[in-house]
Design a protein around this ligand. Structure first.
Ligand code: AMP
Length: 396
């Protein structure tokens, strides 16, 4: 069901509560922001609200303060950086709820950033009273925190029903648009490229994507549990023995769609600079650490024919060059395919950067866990809570 967008709202002179994801990485002691990417990602939504004469209240969590006030997890550095980026003052509230916060009423064109939501354990507990207090601050709710949309917390779910209207921010809109296009209505052929360490983390994604995609290319350590399920040798590669049966079932369900590596880069010891060789069958004392050149060629050919590509997870231990070669080569193949490409997961994003092809990827999701749940076909509670577009249209 399509959700209302901030662009559908009349924001003039309204106080809009925007749930953002300002969970930025901080230096030791919490004084400096080491990457402002997440702040920049929500700038379009904040600017849109300001340009449309709204008073803006922003709220986010930062780190894991576990319900305690911690100076090293204050949003103070975020308020400073946001103010620089917006070119206007950003006031930091002393807390996220309470009489002192309720007394600060930002005027249209003003920005108030609430202090870290997780200084209160009630946020993650989705506490009704805490939700009510948050909702009482504003007229309209907007969620731009895709990365937190898979969590049913007070600021993503609890408070939403307390306000008459709840819409997606521009970043949330973009995430939902591209992920939905890839998973629900892809242009074909649609190819998924899945890698990473564990089958167990991606079972639901594989099960869901089997019904969506035309080809499912498996790489990374995950491939070895599948190879074991086919009684192929895996040596000392990372295998999840308790998932072999499940891997066998998935192989049966997927049939020809599911492709496994044809060759491997194998070592005897995982360490930088370890001697390695390309093998089609992994020896008893060998460990597979990357897909081999034949696999790169076969997977690249399938990717170049694709019209839609969904990618999550590296093809090998890509943090340890040269075992990044397979992942980087496929990042280039994804980029060169000209397909709509939707990428989730921090590792795949890093591979895209090191391949120098970031500008050729259609959409890199900002939400790790949330994008995985979306690809697995689950409804995200933070998205489900938003007002349906149809409901707004039906209003008198
Ligand atoms: P994930 O978080 O599940 O996407 O897994 C990412 C991790 O999988 C990375 O840290 C990789 O080093 C690891 N990985 C990928 N391929 C292999 C492999 N063949 N053996 C061990 N670890 C791997």
């Amino acid at each position: 069901m399509a959700k209302l967008s901030i662009k559908d709202l009349d924001l003039k002179n309204k106080t809009v509560f925007i749930r953002v994801d300002f969970n930025v990485p901080l230096s030791e002691g919490g004084r400096e922001i080491t990457s402002d990417k997440r702040i920049r990602a929500s700038l379009p939504t904040i600017q849109y609200a300001l340009e449309h004469s709204a008073a803006v209240i922003l709220a986010s969590h930062l780190g894991r303060p576990k319900g305690k006030r911690r100076q090293d997890m204050s949003l103070a550095p975020v308020a400073v950086r946001l103010s620089e980026l917006l070119g206007r003052p950003v006031r930091l509230a002393p807390d996220s709820v309470g009489p002192e916060v309720a007394a600060i009423r930002p005027k249209p064109g003003e920005v108030l950033l609430l202090e870290n939501l997780r200084f209160h354990s009630e946020e993650e507990a989705n506490d009704p009273d805490f939700s009510r207090q948050l909702a009482s601050l504003a007229d309209v709710y907007v969620n731009d925190a895709f990365g937190s949309a898979h969590r049913a917390h007070a600021s993503t779910v609890g408070m939403v029903s307390q306000l008459p209207i709840a819409a997606a921010g521009l970043l949330m809109d973009k995430e939902l648009e591209w992920l939905s296009r890839a998973v629900k209505n892809p242009e074909r052929p649609c190819v998924a490229l899945l890698g990473g360490a564990k089958v167990s983390d991606k079972i639901e994604i594989i099960e869901n994507l089997i019904h969506v995609v035309d080809e499912l290319l498996i790489g990374g350590a995950m491939a070895y549990t599948f190879l074991r399920a086919k009684n192929e040798p895996t040596g000392r590669s990372l295998v999840e023995p308790e998932k072999i049966d499940l891997a066998r079932q998935l192989l049966e369900k997927a049939g020809e769609k599911l492709k496994l590596p044809l060759d491997h880069v194998a070592v005897r010891e995982i360490k930088p600079g370890a001697p390695h060789e390309v093998v089609s069958r992994i020896g008893p004392d060998q460990i597979g650490v990357d897909i081999g050149p034949k696999t790169v060629e076969a997977y690249s050919a399938l990717l170049s024919a694709a019209k839609t590509i969904i990618w999550n997870g590296p093809m090998g231990i890509f943090e340890m060059p040269p075992f990044d070669a397979g992942t980087v080569a496929l990042a280039k193949a994804v980029a060169d395919s000209g397909a709509v490409s939707v990428v989730g997961g921090g590792d795949s994003e890093k591979a895209i950067k090191s391949a120098g092809v970031s500008d050729k990827i259609t959409h890199v999701s900002t939400g790790g866990g949330a994008s995985l749940e979306f690809l697995a076909g689950f409804e995200l509670p933070g998205v489900a809570a938003l007002t349906d577009k149809a409901a707004k249209i039906a209003e008198p």
